[in-house]
Design a protein around this ligand. Structure first.
Ligand code: ATP
Length: 296
């Protein structure tokens, strides 16, 4: 194993993926050291699933190179050390939970014990239930157990909490944290900054195929955790921080107090003031320059 790749769980170098004319990933460089727990955060269509499917060897990059655990994604030796939970999994419904787990365990040289897998996924009571009889959340947890079957060094989870209720989501995130604390590398995609915050050492934000922020959860929160200030003013004025639509003014800012103080100091009268947490969508827009639509 070369020194260059020995420490990396995942290495993307200039990786692009296009579907026809659509650029899903645009020259991504990403290095994930072993043992790190990373959340890939981004809105719909950002390229998260594409990035994960490339590193799982399910698709080929259009350009660039990537390595996983020091090898190529499709090498058998690599695949045996990676566990994945994807959005579009499919399992025969007539199988029982314990049968599905036994089947997946048989693919791996050193699988985790079945009881541990059932317990990690919170499915001990459902071991003998047929998949057809499980709730959506339970099926989701079964997929999680299947991803863990081989005791993977790298665990890849594509939006694992989709469809889970609050309690199931909280418990799955706690289990993912536990796996990360065992020193496994965890790579999870999500739409939610709170989820990223709960389980990850690092958050990589992608939007329209590009990495637009990369840091600890608190660093990224500082960048995307902006406030949305909105108000009306009957007297028109210009301010580069604000966008205007008729009498309505809006801004995304990390320091709403400062902005408002400035406006009051200038004697600008405002009505209908609201200050709310920016949605992630707004934060992405801000990060990608969408907020710079200033008053002409
Ligand atoms: P979501 O949060 O909605 O799951 P995502 O971040 O996982 O989104 P991707 O599924 O990677 O996004 O999709 C990135 C872009 O590539 C989207 O515009 C999507 O429509 C497009 N895309 C993905 N797969 C294909 C495909 N097989 N053929 C054509 N376009 C595709």
């Amino acid at each position: 194993m070369s020194a260059e790749t020995g420490e990396e769980a995942v290495l993307f170098r200039g990786v692009s993926k296009t579907y026809g004319t659509l650029v899903a990933l645009d020259a991504i460089d990403l290095r994930i050291p072993r043992g790190q727990s990373v959340a890939i955060l981004g809105p719909n269509g950002a390229g998260k699933t594409t990035a994960l499917s490339l590193l799982l060897g399910l698709r080929n990059p259009t350009a660039g190179s990537l390595s996983v655990l020091g090898g190529k994604p499709r090498e058998q030796a690599v695949r045996a050390r990676v566990g994945a939970m994807l959005q579009s999994s499919g399992l025969p419904e007539y199988l029982r939970v314990d049968e599905a787990i036994a089947l997946f365990r048989s693919y791996y040289p050193a699988p985790l014990p079945i009881d541990e897998l059932l317990a990690l996924a919170g499915l001990t009571e459902k071991a003998r239930s047929r998949i057809a009889r499980l709730s959506g959340g339970q099926v989701q947890r079964l997929y999680f157990a299947l991803a863990l079957c081989g005791n993977p060094e790298l665990l890849v989870l594509d939006e694992p909490t989709v469809g889970l209720d609050v309690e199931a989501r909280r418990s799955l995130l706690a289990t993912i944290s536990e796996i990360a604390n065992r020193g496994r590398t965890v790579l999870m995609s999500t739409h939610y900054l709170e989820e990223a915050d709960a389980v990850s050492d690092r958050v990589v934000v992608i939007d329209r195929g590009r990495i637009i922020a990369d840091g600890t959860p608190s660093e990224v929160k500082g960048t995307v955790g902006r406030k949305r200030v909105a108000f009306t003013s009957r007297v028109a004025f210009d301010d580069v921080r604000l966008s205007r639509n008729g009498e309505r003014y809006e801004a995304l800012t990390e320091s709403p107090e400062l902005l408002l103080r400035d406006l009051f100091t200038r004697g600008i009268e405002i009505d209908d003031l609201t200050v709310t947490g920016a949605t992630l969508e707004e934060a992405f827009l801000a990060l990608t320059g969408g907020e710079n639509k200033h008053v002409a």
